[in-house]
Ligand binder design. Structure first.
Ligand code: AP5
Length: 211
């Protein structure tokens, strides 16, 4: 199964991609996670993308495309994968189609208001990347990851000015992908405004009965 999870920031793509990846034994490939790891390790890539990410702008296409090309060549991606946060522009989607065939694009539908609420309460584990929300999906102990006891932190791009910019960038540069993939008959709709369990049932239905 070669899947793309497409939707605005904070729609729950990472949360559901993690669950889906574990349930169907395919890797979740998140360009955001790859960039954040590079920033944390202060690699050459990390130094290049740090300020772009904090502002909520997009990393240049050539850099992102090369990175995903390398990642998809890895052994664990040969039987399928979930692309979480890629592609995000038409040139990225066109590049992807030149070396991969995608089975479905799950489009996450949610309002801007709900996204702003969710991102304002997001907490992420510094060690394992698990995602929580202080309102809707709280950890058992405040500030500590249930899975690995790592420290929970607020992402640098979860400040309100950055969230608003990310929503604008999504509208301008990423939303055109919906039409692009509709024309290819690949779009499947997910209601991302409901609970994680209910959205996951929609994902299961699509993966088990529609593909
Ligand atoms: P990236 O990490 O991909 O961020 P994003 O797309 O903005 O998405 P988020 O991670 O913010 O949200 P999500 O949809 O995964 O939601 P989550 O599951 O966390 O990218 C970051 C940056 O990297 C970009 O801005 C850009 O600079 C760069 N970048 C990455 N990819 C790029 C590319 N291809 N090209 C160029 N640049 C790129 O959930 C959000 C919150 O809601 C959490 O608190 C969660 O617990 C909660 N939640 C989730 N589901 C539910 C639910 N059903 N009910 C209640 N709460 C929920």
């Amino acid at each position: 199964m070669r899947l793309i999870f497409l939707g605005p920031p904070g729609a729950g793509k990472g949360t559901l991609a993690g669950l889906t990846g574990r349930r169907y034994a395919i890797p979740q490939i998140s360009t955001g996670d790859i960039f954040r790891e590079a920033v944390k390790k202060e690699t050459e890539l990390g130094l290049k993308v740090k300020s772009i990410m904090v502002r909520g702008d997009l990393v240049p296409d050539d850099l992102t495309i090369n990175l995903i090309k390398e990642r998809l060549a890895c052994e664990d991606a040969q039987k399928g994968y979930i692309l979480d946060g890629f592609p995000r522009t038409i040139p990225q989607a066109e590049a992807l189609s030149s070396f991969q065939q995608i089975d479905a694009v799950l489009q996450f539908n949610i309002s801007d208001e709900a996204v702003i609420r969710r991102l304002s309460g997001r907490r992420t584990c510094r060690a394992c990347g698990a995602i929580y929300n202080i309102d809707s999906i709280p950890p058992k102990a405040a500030g500590i990851c249930d899975r690995c006891s790592g420290e929970l932190y607020i992402r640098g791009d979860d400040r309100i000015d950055s969230i608003k910019n990310r929503l604008e960038v999504y509208e301008q540069q990423t939303a055109p992908l919906i039409r692009y993939y509709q024309d290819k008959g690949l779009i499947r709709d997910i209601d991302a405004s409901i609970s994680v369990e209910e959205s996951m049932q929609q994902v299961d239905r699509i993966l088990q009965y529609e593909l």
